[in-house]
Design a protein around this ligand. Structure first.
Ligand SMILES: [Zn+2]
Length: 428
């Protein structure tokens, strides 16, 4: 979302960096953070004010006051705390087209106030992170706003991890945030059942982007290529942007990682800690009669439509409890049993998208504990949802094949190079 050309970003980079360099860890809990500008020197008649933002014709001002938004804050509270005019506040939030974003400040965001004589607000800056800043400068009766987007330096990096009992713990050990681990799982979610199929010894290798601002790490970017080894079986994925700018993950042969069905019809973020808490449901013992998979999961875990389709039934029977049946095209049907409740709008003839929440895990019907019973039928015959081969989404277009190969080959080679030399990957 770069609204400004890189050149402008570069020019402003120094200012933004200086601002954030003034924040040290010790002061994070303080509302007032070190002033980013040096205190004003004695002004002489011929030296301009050090505060560059001072509009023409105003007197010398105090340094910018930087404030970190506290939990429960809104802009009105902040203004009151600093004795600033509520009239100015009203003008600011009504400044088109950026002012309304000041109503969405969140704890941890930063506000910078440049205040003139008589506690007049001369300018306000608002940063929701190190890369984005809104600036409002007094202009006539009101304010004018501009958005400054700073472009970070992107560095390609590699990490790998081995799972002992939880993907998320392994991700944390490797230095990933849970959000990046989640992205990794999402890439492979069509091939790997992240609730039931994860085993000790499973491993991941990831080439990804890191964002730096003035040599300081500020966050993760995209996952460029990854390998996930599940029960000895290796899956590879490469991120590729087609000429229309649509990015998607493909395997090394150019097949889409997306399948027409999710392998796991549950939102596994909610059950991430349960990888090692898998238990055999008592009904599991009746294997001959059991025509689906039981996913033990906390009550209320969202249940997802595994593929696009039409609900043929959302009802309740004594053994099934609350259940949903979805028809996908002409020959595939999926069933979801024992739901605590249905998601809004889930009823016969409702259209559902892949990954749409259709209900929530419960214990309705013949169930001894909260779980989802999931069935996958092809031409009316039950198939094992964990092993049934799932139809692919569209592969790389033939016309794109050479460009894809040229792009993917070096990335996959780089990933393989790292994978084969894990000792080099320990330090970044
Ligand atoms: Zn079952």
């Amino acid at each position: 979302m770069l609204l400004f050309p890189a050149l402008l970003s570069l020019c402003l980079c120094g200012i933004v960096v200086a601002k954030f360099a003034g924040v040290d860890d010790a002061s994070l809990d303080e509302e007032l953070i070190a002033a980013p500008f040096p205190p004003p020197t004695q002004p002489t008649p011929h030296s301009p004010s050090p505060a560059l933002n001072t509009p023409e014709g105003t007197a010398a001002t105090a340094p910018t006051r930087t404030v970190r938004v506290r939990p429960g804050d809104n802009l009105s509270l902040v203004f009151r705390r600093h004795g600033l005019s509520q009239k100015d506040l009203h003008k600011l939030v009504n400044t088109e087209p950026l002012g309304h974003r000041l109503t969405k400040i969140l704890p941890g965001h930063e506000l910078g106030f440049l205040i003139g004589n008589g506690n007049d607000l001369l300018s306000l800056t608002y940063s929701s992170g190190p890369l984005e800043e809104l600036r409002f400068t007094r202009s006539g009766e009101g304010f004018k706003g501009e958005e400054v987007v700073t472009e970070p330096n992107i560095v390609q990096s590699y990490k790998h991890g081995v799972i002992d009992h939880s993907l998320f713990v392994a991700g944390q050990r490797a230095g990933f945030t849970d959000a990046i681990t989640m992205k990794l799982a999402e890439i492979f979610q069509w091939d790997v059942d992240f609730v039931l199929d994860i085993r000790a010894g499973d491993a991941f290798h990831v080439l990804f982007e890191e964002k730096y601002l003035d040599d300081k790490f500020i966050g993760f970017g995209r996952i460029l290529a990854a390998e996930f080894v599940n029960q000895g079986r290796s899956h590879h994925a490469v991120l590729y942007a087609d000429p229309n700018g649509t990015t998607s993950y493909f395997d090394p042969h150019g097949n889409s990682m997306h399948k027409q069905f999710l392998r796991t019809p549950l939102k596994f973020t909610r059950i991430s800690s349960n990888f090692n808490l898998r238990r055999k449901h008592p009904m599991w013992k009746r294997e001959m009669a059991h025509k689906g998979i039981d996913y033990a999961a906390p009550r209320g875990t969202p249940v997802l439509a595994s593929g696009e389709g039409v609900v043929t039934k959302a009802g309740r029977t004594a053994p099934n409890g609350n259940f949903v049946i979805i028809r996908h095209g002409s020959n595939i049907t999926t069933k979801y049993l024992h739901l605590s409740k249905f998601a809004p709008g889930i009823r016969a003839n409702a259209k559902v998208a892949q990954g749409q929440v259709i209900g929530y895990v419960g214990t309705t019907g013949y169930a001894t504990g909260p779980h989802l019973h999931y069935e996958f039928l092809v031409n009316g015959a039950h198939r094992n949802p964990r092993t049934v081969s799932l139809p692919d989404a569209a592969p790389i277009a033939e016309a794109e094949r050479r460009a894809f190969d040229a792009y993917a080959a070096p990335l996959l080679a780089s990933l393989a190079h790292h994978t084969q030399q894990p000792e080099l990957a320990v330090g970044r």
